[in-house]
Design a protein around this ligand. Sequence first.
Ligand SMILES: Cc1ncc(COP(=O)(O)O)c(C=O)c1O
Length: 296
Amino acid sequence: MQKLVWFNGEVTALENAKVPAADHAHLYGDGLFEGIRIYGSKVFKLDEHLSRLYFGCKFLGYKMEIDQPMLKKTILEVCSQAGIADGYIRLNVTRGTGLGLDPRAVQTTPNVMIMISSLALYSQEMYDTGLNVITTSYRVAPPSTLDQRLKCIGRYAYHILAKEEANQAGAGEGLMLNHEGYVAECTGDNIFIIKDGVLRTPHPSQGLLQGITRDTVIKLAKAAGITVVEDVMTRYDILSADEAFLTGTAAEVIPMISLDQRAIGTGKPGEMTKKIIGLFREETKNGTPFAAMANA
Ligand SMILES: Cc1ncc(COP(=O)(O)O)c(C=O)c1O
């Protein structure tokens, strides 16, 4: 496997890749990103990631030169070139290059980067035993600022602070509440709880990224006959749940066994969580093969 970066059409080894100093995400955080996994030489949920990205571009008024089918084709080609069976794609789109906050100062079309690399957030042991989570002091921004459904690079500075707080507490993840004190998400993943056999997760209006893994788990659970409710939740709901788990492209599906040093359920990964992890792992086999690029 070769770690590669495709940047506006040019391919370079990751260690030599460069971005323009006046790139608008570098200067102001004015960019979007997607993290996408490759399982068994297939790209998982590629269309879903691209649709979220292109909606973000529309919302932020980025004038994309490369359209969605062409970007899909390019990603599959770069994956094939990297010869990677299992890995992680970091896809970035920024407004373009130009000094000055005013979007009119941007002199180029959006900068597009496809990075092919690898990423493992947690050890296998943590998937087996589950994560301890703390509630961080950082709230997600209210929707009247930057809607958290946008995977905007700029918003991650305070997710990093929240993650640091979780690290300092020795926790595997940090829970973030919204401006009203309701549960939103974790620093890099969505949260689910199970109570009396019902799967519950905060509604997207609560200030969270509507994760692709979240949506996948909801679909898989419904297909398995499990009732799913998207809801308003407090820490009480988490602490009184039977089971909990987190979802994200990087974290995949991982059990959560405590919040703020209080056990959730038995304090061990529960049976429904294990079932959902199994369903998710099976689903990861259904990505887009690199060879599909001819028809993309
Ligand atoms: C803040 C946040 N929430 C949730 C998620 C999970 O989203 P997805 O399943 O699309 O990776 C991520 C993933 O990067 C994230 O950064």
